[in-house]
Design a protein around this ligand. Structure first.
Ligand code: SF4
Length: 236
């Protein structure tokens, strides 16, 4: 599919597609999206979650030169940058970094100190949503690690969606997998993962907005602690 051809599918087209892919494995969904979108495809991998790492491993086995990007908010954990480097060597890939147009200092000057505490939506808009938009320019589909079991906001995730926010297809090959299945894949394939998971962080984002989650908490409970927020604005 080329950029000129990409347009929002009808509700019926999407439903039919998802019905066809409902019983497909994540690898089969990846193969499908590679076949249809080829060079216009890009994989999002934050190096902060196990879904992204499993998808990276699967995708590179299907398309070794697949384009990969991550959002470098300038506030990522050192463990996340280390994992990026480890993965780049292991898979012989060069993940593209997309950063905010504002340095942390410029953000503080423009919006005031600690924007993430006062208005995390505004901070995510500057450091995640706008760079994500640039990352997807010229693409017809992106692959994300969304799963239904991750949060109440993700319970209806389908393998293929039209992403109206960014104007392209969004493919979530792990939509129907649960955390256990992802870990099983990670261990079975010796996939590198962020060591913070072993310290009680189920979901890892920016340093300022991530904490370890307690037993029985939602998997994204450790994000934006104390704020009424579980999504950064990329997936809603
Ligand atoms: S996760 Fe926190 S620090 Fe990172 S961009 Fe969003 S509000 Fe800012």
């Amino acid at each position: 599919m080329t950029l000129e051809q990409v347009q929002a599918p009808s509700k019926e087209e999407l439903e039919a597609l998802n019905e066809r892919l409902a019983a497909a494995t994540p690898q089969e969904i990846l193969q499908w999206v590679v076949d249809v979108h080829g060079e216009q495809l890009i994989l999002a991998c934050s190096f902060g979650g196990i879904s992204g790492m499993a998808l990276l491993d699967m995708a590179v086995k299907i398309k070794p030169d697949i384009a990969i990007f991550y959002l470098d908010t300038d506030f990522l954990f050192p463990e996340t940058y280390n994992l990026r480097d480890q993965a780049a060597t292991r898979y012989n890939v060069q993940p593209l970094a997309f950063r905010s147009r504002l340095t942390p200092e410029q953000q503080a000057t423009q919006y005031g100190d600690k924007l993430w505490e006062r208005d995390p939506d505004a901070c995510c808009a500057v450091r995640k949503v706008e760079p994500n938009k640039r990352a997807l320019e010229g693409r017809t589909a992106w692959i994300a690690g969304l799963r239904r079991d991750q949060a109440s906001t993700r319970r209806n995730v389908e393998p293929v969606a039209w992403d109206a926010k960014f104007g392209l297809y969004k493919v979530s090959p792990l939509a129907y997998w649960d955390e256990k299945q992802v870990w099983k894949y990670i261990f079975a394939n010796d996939v590198p993962y962020n060591p913070l998971h072993d310290e009680g962080y189920p979901s890892i984002g920016c340093m300022y907005c991530t904490r370890a989650a307690g037993q029985g908490e939602d998997m994204r409970a450790g994000r934006w602690n104390g704020q009424n927020k579980v999504e950064c604005g990329l997936h809603k």
